[in-house]
Structure formats: C-alpha cells, structure tokens
Write a protein that binds this ligand. Structure first.
Ligand code: MLT
Length: 205
C-alpha cells in the first residue's frame, strides 16, 4: 500500500486531466476553497491541503514574524515540504502533475508564489488572489512556460498595490506571462474576482 501523503487534505477526483491545487488563507482549512475550485473549473480534480503551521490556532502554510513579515527559513522549508506533498499526492491519488493549476488565497497565494520561485517544476499555471512577494530567490528560475493570473483588491489593507506590482515584476523577470487584475474590493474575495479568474482559466489552451 502506498503511504498516505503527509498533509491533512481533501482530494476530489475530476472528469478532466486538470487538477487544481487549492491553498487556503490564514485561519482556513482544506474544505474552504472547495466551492471556489468547483466554480473555477467544474471538471477539474481538486487537491486541497491544510497548512501545517498554527498561529493562535489558525492554520497557515508557513510562519510569519508579524503581519506581512515572513520567516524566510520556514517559508523555504514549508515550500519544499508542500512540493513534496503534491508529488506524493499525485502518485497516491493517481493524477497527472502535467496539468496542475495552483489556486491560492492570501497566505495560500503567497506559498503558491513561493512554489513558483523555488520549485518551478510543480506549477505551470497559477491563480493568485491577494498575493504578496513571498521572498526574493537567490537565483531566478526559468518561468518562461508559466502563466500567472494575479487578482488584487484596490482597497486591500493587507496587500498594498506595490506588493502586487512587485510580485508581477519578479515573476515577469523570470519569464512568466503575468496578468494582473485589480477588483473594486478589499482583502476578501468577491464574486467579480471569481468570474474574472474563471474566464482567464477558460481562455487558456
Ligand atoms: C501572509 O501572512 O501570508 C499574509 O500576511 C497574508 C495573510 O495571511 O494575512
């Protein structure tokens, strides 16, 4: 018997070759983004892990020292741990890593961006809602076959616009094709974000 992948997670099989890797925000869990995943793509399989860090009882994907100030050593460790989980989960559940789309919100978007920068073999497409610059890698990966959609909120009190543009410049500097969209919203997601992300995902070949 194959060993269970080592994150608490949900896996919902789909009817296409695409799998969405759903990464929740601080205080969320593996069930949070399942409805959003289904709205983004009704046919894709869904893989949704729960972050292993607890901050005052709230699950996260990596430690932070303060709001927006990340523990970079922990972030690097957790990024590799998550990448290894995804690889093990693909084998365990029998889905292909060739068509994996990262979908993250807030803390989950930040670790998805970190996956792109540190483990570029994992994601070729990513939807990042309310993302920040997670870290600056010592060497930029080659992201020339990667497409990223960043959904920001123009009244977001946690993620200033400079973080959104900083992240897109970093990813573009590595060769990624980046689309940024500012919603008339704060840090929370709106239906408008979802519709725009859904349309972008559907427009991909
Ligand atoms: C983070 O810690 O990743 C960001 O500050 C977003 C958040 O979780 O509030």
């Amino acid at each position: 018997m194959k060993p269970q992948p080592d994150f608490i997670h949900e896996f919902i099989p789909g009817s296409s070759s695409r799998t969405l890797l759903l990464l929740h925000g601080t205080g969320g869990n593996e069930r949070d983004l399942i409805p959003l995943g289904r709205e983004l793509d009704s046919n894709a399989a869904l893989l949704s892990p729960r972050g292993k860090i607890l901050e005052n009882g709230m699950p996260r994907f990596f430690r932070r020292l303060a709001e927006g100030v990340f523990d970079l050593e922990d972030l690097k460790f957790r990024t590799n741990e998550l990448a290894n989980f995804v690889t093990a989960a693909a084998e365990y559940h029998g889905f292909s890593l060739d068509n994996l789309v990262g979908v993250g919100y807030s803390n989950g978007a930040n670790i998805a961006a970190s996956l792109l920068l540190l483990r570029p073999e994992i994601l070729h497409t990513a939807i990042l809602f309310r993302a920040m610059v997670p870290l600056i890698p010592s060497r930029l990966p080659d992201l020339s076959s990667v497409r990223v959609w960043i959904g920001a909120g123009d009244q977001d009190s946690i993620v200033p616009a400079s973080e959104t543009t900083g992240l897109s410049e970093l990813l573009r500097g590595a060769g990624a094709d980046v689309t940024i969209r500012f919603a008339n919203a704060g840090h929370g997601l709106t239906n408008d974000d979802l519709v725009a992300a859904h349309d972008w995902l559907r427009s991909l070949l």
